[in-house]
Design a protein around this ligand. Sequence first.
Ligand code: DX5
Ligand code: ZN
Length: 229
Amino acid sequence: MNIKSPRIRIAPSLLSADFGRLKEEIARVEAGGADLLHLDVMDGHFVPNISFGFPVIEKIRGYSKLYFDTHVMITDPLKYAEAFIKAGSNNYTFHIEATNEPQRVIELVRKLGCDVGISLNPTTPANTLDPILSDIDLVLVMSVWPGFGGQKFIEDVLPKAEQIRSKLRQNQRLEMDGGIDSRTAVRAVRAGVDTLVAGSAIFNAPDSVAAMNEIRSAAQAHYRQGASR
Ligand code: DX5
Ligand code: ZN
């Protein structure tokens, strides 16, 4: 299928950065052309891991101009939305599996002037989103089970991404998260993804900017190819 987004966006995930040197790690990818900064919040309940919360986001907001793409893997996205938005998130992406009232979360996030995204676990079907799809800015398709960086890309989610892309408007983003490197990025982009989240492939590489550029050029090359068909 043709890729509808005009260009690929790269969102380094801070989860794999050196937490003792966050300022330098962010400055490097920001200067190197990252489009967004992906912030993975884990509460130890929705996922079996704990990462960081809004005090960290508030601090790093002070030294980065990047768009903060906050992905909350927490059991109560309604309760904490305001804190994450006030801390400086530009986008609040929560899991559809975490709430029975996604519309309430969406309304609150909008009221607070923030973009809103919905994330789906690997086995959650695309049609779960049907009642709310027109009300959100982006869909985040998980290509690993959330909770940890460095897992293997789950290919089975690709048809779901294609299905979602076909239902989205031009200005709604489709993001993929988990196991993205320069090889899997091409698969994702072919399925209609326009925003690629990558943690370990960027921050565990000897040169994070070179790794980011490698992912971008692999994905973008496919985009040009797809667009010319
Ligand atoms: C996983 C997180 C991801 C994670 C991706 O729960 O949502 O954003 O950082 O890490 P990699 O790119 O290493 O799979
Ligand atoms: Zn994430």
